[in-house]
Ligand binder design. Structure first.
Ligand code: CMC
Length: 432
């Protein structure tokens, strides 16, 4: 499956004989040295905490050029998808490899809508949580619990089961996120409606009450849809790697996605959108921006400029540019052009991009810098931002999980270590 384009010779300064390793070329992007025979040839391991220079798999789903600031889904630039396609097109593309025809899209949307209702028993599961539980803690549990509701789609070796589980996850996530919200504010759950588009249906489930139906606003639906498109996949990020690692042991997809949600929760990953908005709120005014930016540069200070920096992007995150545009559109639609949060965000961006600390470390705004402001304007509570990221990323996790399961090279993910503990020693005599 991998094309060997050259060989790498690894020489050691001790008596270990040189090792020849194949080098593979992808369609675009860096080549990769196949390290799998390193241990059998040399008795040595590769050491790469944080996977700084490790390709953990081959994948055909999404691609990032961090230097250029480019993101492709199945080869299509994110800017084109975000302006000409909707989230359902994007889901079909990620899962199936091509954009849907009109008929394929109708069928796909129908399947998703048909599966949007969750098992009625699930509402009792929700009721076990405290009302003030963080939505991500609920989602971790509730998505993992789907495996105890759907025994008929747990055989990962059966393609029909895999398909059914994938559809259920994609279709159930908006319902589950909305149920978490309704539970947290003490309102009745709102059932999905089949006649509404995926994102409009989600907003209705979030904001309708029995007393007042939610009025769907196309500009706002489009804004949330764009958030979903921009967050749908991002090659081998931490949560996707978690999903793949969990899946590599043969765990069922509901359990794997639950593991992905747990990983996404962290502030260095998906939790950054919540953290970025809280940071902007705590800065309070444009006048305080310079001092705040100064404080995050202090090596003694553990805090970071949330929504800035990325392991792969060493240029502006293309999703941040699109998100900034959406931010303008939403604030304009809602008559919030003078939104103080947006002003603070623009000032942070201006100050940081002129500051040598950020420029020299290639720290630019990432998608989470603006997505919190947009979500807040849409009426999403701050502690639900990461839940919406999870909703958007579910399709990417499923696509990556499916790709992994059908990859003949797939093996259980089992890294080794450089052991630095005590060498072998005997237990000393113990007093009785
Ligand atoms: N604010 C201040 N300094 C930073 C920041 C930041 N946001 N990010 C990195 N640095 C500094 C860091 O202190 C280090 O400096 P030095 O070389 O002096 O020690 C240098 O830049 C390299 O940082 P790193 O931690 O080695 O970089 P990393 O690739 O391991 O971390 C990151 C990437 C995204 C975790 C990090 O940039 C970060 O914590 N950013 C803030 C959180 C955030 O916005 N996360 C969302 C990422 S995008 C959404 C997603 O994909 O989940």
């Amino acid at each position: 499956m991998n094309d060997t384009i050259s060989k790498a010779a690894l020489n050691f300064s001790d008596k270990t004989p040189a090792v020849d390793l194949p080098v593979y070329g992808g369609t675009i992007g860096p080549d990769a040295i196949d390290m799998r025979s390193l241990y059998s040839q040399s008795g040595k391991l590769s050491y790469d905490p944080g996977f700084m220079a490790t390709a953990s798999c081959h994948s055909a789903i999404s691609y990032i050029d961090g230097e250029k600031g480019e993101l492709l889904y199945r080869g299509y630039p994110i800017e084109q998808l975000a302006t000409t396609c909707d989230y359902m097109d994007t889901c079909f593309l990620l899962l199936k490899g091509e954009l849907p025809t009109a008929e394929e899209k109708t069928e796909f949307e129908k399947n998703v809508a048909d599966n949007a209702m969750v098992h009625e028993q699930m509402q009792f599961f929700f009721r076990g949580f405290r009302r003030d539980a963080h939505p991500m803690s609920i989602l971790v549990a509730i998505v993992g619990a789907l495996s105890s509701f759907y025994h008929d789609s747990l055989d990962i070796n059966d393609p029909a089961h895999r398909e059914m589980a994938a559809q259920r996850l994609l279709a159930h996530m908006p319902t589950l996120v909305a149920m978490s919200y309704k539970y947290s504010i003490g309102q009745p759950f709102v059932y999905p409606r089949k006649d509404l588009y995926y994102t409009a249906n989600f907003m209705r489930m979030m904001f309708s009450t029995p007393a007042e139906d939610y009025k769907i606003n196309d500009v706002l639906v489009r804004a949330l849809d764009r958030i979903l498109i921009l967050h749908a996949d991002h090659e081998q990020n931490a949560s996707t790697t978690t999903v793949r690692l969990a899946g590599s042991s043969g765990a069922n997809p509901f359990a794997c996605v639950s593991a992905g949600i747990a990983c996404l929760w962290g502030p260095a990953h998906g939790g950054a959108n919540e953290a970025a908005l809280n940071m902007i709120k705590s800065i309070g005014s444009v006048d305080n921006v310079a001092d705040f930016v100064k404080s995050v540069k202090d090596p003694e200070n553990q805090s970071r400029l949330m929504g800035f920096g990325h392991r792969v992007y060493k240029n502006i995150d293309p999703r941040a540019t699109l998100m900034r545009e959406t931010c303008h559109e939403v604030l304009n639609e809602l008559g919030l052009n003078n939104d103080p949060m947006f002003k603070i965000a623009l000032e942070i961006e201006r100050v940081a991009l002129e500051d040598d600390y950020f420029v020299s470390r290639q720290l630019y705004p990432n998608v989470d810098f603006y997505s919190g402001i947009v979500q807040s304007a849409l009426g999403m509570p701050t502690n639900f931002f990461t839940g919406i990221f999870a909703l958007a990323r579910t399709v990417g996790w499923i696509a990556q999980w499916k790709e992994m399961i059908s990859d003949p090279e797939q093996r259980i993910g089992r890294p080794r270590q450089l052991y630095v503990g005590e060498p072998r020693r005997d237990v000393p005599p113990r007093g009785k």
